[in-house]
Design a protein around this ligand. Structure first.
Ligand SMILES: NC(=O)c1ccc[n+]([C@@H]2O[C@H](COP(=O)([O-])OP(=O)(O)OC[C@H]3O[C@@H](n4cnc5c(N)ncnc54)[C@H](OP(=O)(O)O)[C@@H]3O)[C@@H](O)[C@H]2O)c1
Length: 262
């Protein structure tokens, strides 16, 4: 029953809600009775989503590559919806390309969106959560944090930093009432994944398990409700964490060549 969920009437600040995993998360959370503040650059998509979902939700268009904008998102979310009960750092960008063909500026842009903006939002949300003795911080990292992948220099580094910080925070906050969930998705059918596949000579996901945004969203909602520390999706990728050396060996050998060389 939705009313039994700890998410019922919870204020959730969700980034990257305009597509893919974020849009699926928004729908799953609204079904649980959560009140959402939806963040991304494409405002029309956020408004359409907010209108379609049950309940009252706020839309905050912002470009999180601008870290001052990330700070403003945190304060405007509280003005609009009250204290943040759940922060979900989901917004992300990916560059899949030979590293020598990527500029430092492009890499730093990715690091701002995928790592530094989530850190800003964590800093803003954490103090009030500790004061209230409750709350959840959810970081959507990637399997790339455990298994760095050819053609994803900045993305692998950004997600490893996000996951490492998230796991350290989870340990630090044990017993405070504030819960931290680190999510390690493998391939999930979204616009981002479709664009990535195009950058390799053949589909690198080949025989690998591939998930759906709705399936991942259901698992994330359950992990928040059960206050789990980490989540691998599809489930089989828990093996990548158990056997990282073997997984890296296999991924090194099996990742196809990049279309642009490298
Ligand atoms: N799909 C996968 O296979 C996979 C695997 C592992 C991890 N992940 C992670 O899952 C998360 C969601 O990815 P997805 O697959 O759902 O990709 P997606 O469909 O491309 O969604 C990315 C979301 O991030 C938002 N975003 C991107 N840049 C932004 C910016 N500068 N400011 C504000 N919002 C921004 C986008 O909204 P706007 O464009 O409207 O700004 C969009 O809502 C990402 O963190 C990704 O790294 C995905």
């Amino acid at each position: 029953m939705p009313s039994a969920s700890i998410l019922h009437d919870a204020h959730v600040l969700l980034t990257g809600a305009s597509s893919g995993i974020g849009a699926a998360l928004a729908r799953a959370l609204a079904d649980r009775g959560a009140r959402l503040t939806l963040v991304a650059r494409r405002e029309a998509r956020l408004r359409a989503l907010a209108d379609e979902m049950p309940g009252e939700h706020h839309v905050l268009p912002a470009d999180l590559a601008d870290l001052d904008a990330a700070d403003r998102v945190a304060s405007r979310a509280v003005e609009a919806g009250g204290p943040i009960d759940v922060l979900i750092n989901n917004a992300g960008v990916q560059i899949v390309r030979p590293t020598a063909q990527t500029t430092a500026a492009e890499g730093e842009w990715l690091l701002r969106v995928d790592t530094l903006a989530p850190f800003r939002l964590m800093h803003a949300a954490l103090g009030p959560m500790l004061d209230r003795g409750r709350g959840s911080i959810v970081n959507i990292a990637s399997l790339a944090a455990i298994v760095p992948t050819a053609g994803m220099f900045h993305y692998s580094a950004a997600k490893a930093a996000l996951a490492g910080g998230s796991e350290a925070l989870a340990s630090e906050l044990r017993g405070t009432g504030v819960h931290v969930l680190t999510v390690y998705p493998g391939p999930v059918e979204t616009e981002m994944a479709a664009a990535a596949v195009q950058q390799y000579a053949r589909d690198p996901t080949g025989a690998m398990p591939v998930g759906t945004a709705a399936g991942l969203a259901r698992r994330v909602v359950a992990a928040i409700e059960r206050r789990r520390p980490r989540l691998y999706y599809p489930r089989a990728y828990g093996l990548a964490n158990a056997f990282p050396g073997t997984t890296r060996f296999l991924v090194d050998r099996l990742t196809p060549a990049l279309v642009g060389g490298g």
